[in-house]
Design a protein around this ligand. Structure first.
Ligand SMILES: [Ca+2]
Ligand SMILES: [Ca+2]
Length: 116
C-alpha cells in the first residue's frame, strides 16, 4: 500500500487515503531541509522530496509556508539558505550534473537561475 499526503496544510502521512490528487508517494525520498523560511527567527519544518523536486514547509506552530512547491528534480541537491539577505530562507538546489545553482524565494521571484 502506498502512503499519501493527508492534507495540504500539514506534513504527515495517511496510509490508504483515497485522495488521489495528493498522491505523492511515501516520504522515503524526502530530505529534511530545515531553515527559517518565513523570517520569524525560528526554524521551520521543511522537507525536499527528491522525487519530483517538491518542497513542503510549515512552521512549528503549524502554519503552512510552502506546500508542494516544485523547485528541483531528482538529481538536484537541496541547498537552502538565505541567498538574498531578506531574512528568509530561499528554495535553492544544486544540479550535480552540470554544477548549476537554481534559487528562488518562497514568495516566488527567481533569485538565481542556472549559475555556475
Ligand atoms: Ca520560521
Ligand atoms: Ca531570502
Amino acid at each position: 500500500m502506498r502512503c499519501k499526503v493527508s492534507a495540504p496544510t500539514s506534513i504527515g502521512l495517511t496510509c490508504g487515503s483515497d485522495r488521489k490528487s495528493n498522491d505523492l508517494g511515501d516520504w522515503s525520498t524526502a530530505k529534511p531541509v530545515p531553515g527559517d523560511y518565513d523570517g520569524d527567527g525560528a526554524y521551520d519544518q521543511a522537507v525536499f522530496d527528491t522525487q519530483g523536486g517538491y518542497w513542503y514547509i510549515k512552521s512549528i506552530s503549524g502554519n503552512s509556508i510552502a506546500w508542494a512547491n516544485q523547485w528541483g528534480w531528482s538529481t538536484a541537491k537541496p541547498v537552502p539558505g538565505d541567498y538574498d539577505g531578506d531574512g528568509k530562507y530561499d528554495l535553492a538546489v544544486f544540479d550535480t550534473r552540470g554544477g548549476y545553482w537554481y534559487i528562488r524565494s518562497v514568495a516566488g521571484p527567481t533569485i538565481l537561475w542556472k549559475a555556475q
